[in-house]
Design a protein around this ligand. Structure first.
Ligand SMILES: Cc1ncc(COP(=O)(O)O)c(C=O)c1O
Length: 352
């Protein structure tokens, strides 16, 4: 689909319309008409990593126009210094990969605009809130970012690959367009503005079909339902004496650990206890995975802020991402019961 006149003409236009639809959800300006791909204001990429890279490429071109071709000039006046480092751009999270924290996008944006620093938001996860009138306020300020990464393959039920880099000012995209002879230079050749990609599959169709099938309000309902269920799960965890909730977030993820009652003495647990606790939670994660009943994610967290956990110790945490619309409160309760049963099993095996 690299060229509308020789391959699939409709595919290019579907991709461009999907980009506009996403721009609209974020609150970015949507051009009423466009005559070249460089006016679209966003591109589809293979994933969040590449979309974030596109944001950084645009940041660099904005600070050093033409440097993509000529290399970085050393112009001291253009290099702002922050704590001794060159400040090219600031990346904020609307849902980081682990705790799903959402940064204060509005306040960060105000400071960055004042200092003329490129503002990129990794909203791979948090962009789902843009579809919800109830939850949208949590990502207030995203519409002022210079570039934003959105991953429908993470949050909108779309199979891989489906990620987008959106640029507030569509002209920024023109700045990172390629001059490569490998890419056709025709009016609607999307390869001209997509780094590392010439021809590509009709992946936009997946999102386009989802929009057509559910509509804007159907998507909103699914997301609101998912977030309400996640909140109910968090409340349930909080009621549970042996499971500690480790994040409060509006996103569809709960991060928690099993901790037996014997360790709830009010003060931070010892390094030795953390080690055993980590083994226990790894055992819980592996056992659930092997059972095939559910997928509970597990990973090491470097700094875990909970009054019962030492700050300087790596803690192995569990996480559920509530993405499947068929998930019910019953499923989540079952997961919690299983976590507790397996936790008890681990500690009683240890005692034997
Ligand atoms: C916040 C965030 N950004 C970027 C990425 C990378 O996304 P991808 O795997 O689609 O490249 C991830 C992956 O989980 C992520 O959680």
């Amino acid at each position: 689909m690299c060229n509308q006149s020789i391959q699939a003409p409709a595919a290019s236009f579907v991709e461009m319309e999907v980009v506009h639809w996403l721009r609209q959800q974020l609150g970015f300006h949507v051009p009423s008409g466009y005559t070249t791909v460089t006016e679209i204001g966003g591109i589809m990429t293979a994933g969040g990593c590449l979309s974030n890279t596109v944001g950084m490429m645009a940041a660099r071109e904005s600070l050093f126009p033409g440097s993509g071709l000529t290399g970085l000039p050393v112009v001291a006046s253009k290099i702002r210094r922050a704590s001794g480092h060159h400040l090219l751009a600031c990346v904020a999270y609307a849902g980081d990969s682990r705790s799903m924290r959402i940064d204060n996008l509005h306040d960060i944006g105000v400071v960055l605009r004042k200092n003329k620093v490129w503002f990129h938001v990794d909203a791979c996860h948090g962009s789902q809130l843009a579809f919800s009138r109830t939850h949208r306020h949590r990502i207030r300020g995203i519409e002022e970012a210079d570039s934003v990464t959105i991953d429908p393959h993470k949050v909108l039920w779309i199979p891989y690959m489906c990620s987008f880099a959106l640029l507030k000012d569509p002209k920024s995209l023109a700045n990172i367009s390629t001059n490569s002879d490998l890419i056709l230079k025709t009016q609607w050749s999307l390869g001209q503005i997509t780094p590392c990609v010439g021809s590509k599959a009709f992946d936009a169709l997946k999102l386009w079909a989802t929009i057509k099938y559910f509509g804007r309000s159907g998507i909103e309902t699914l997301i609101d339902t998912r977030l309400a269920l996640t909140k109910a799960f968090q409340d349930e965890i909080n009621r549970h004496t042996e499971v500690l909730l480790l994040n409060e977030t509006d996103i569809n993820a709960c991060m928690f650990i099993f901790m037996p009652q014997s360790l709830h003495q009010g003060s931070r647990i010892s390094a030795e206890d953390v080690e055993k606790l980590n083994e226990c939670n790894l055992f819980i994660k592996t056992s659930i995975l092997e059972s095939g009943d559910a997928l509970v994610h597990g990973f090491n967290l470097n700094r875990c802020s909970h009054h019962l956990l030492p700050e300087d110790k790596v803690v192995y945490v569990l996480r559920t991402i509530n993405g499947n619309p068929l998930t019910t409160a019953g499923h989540l309760e079952e997961i919690l019961d299983t976590v507790v049963d397996l936790g008890h099993q681990f500690y009683s095996n240890e005692e034997e």
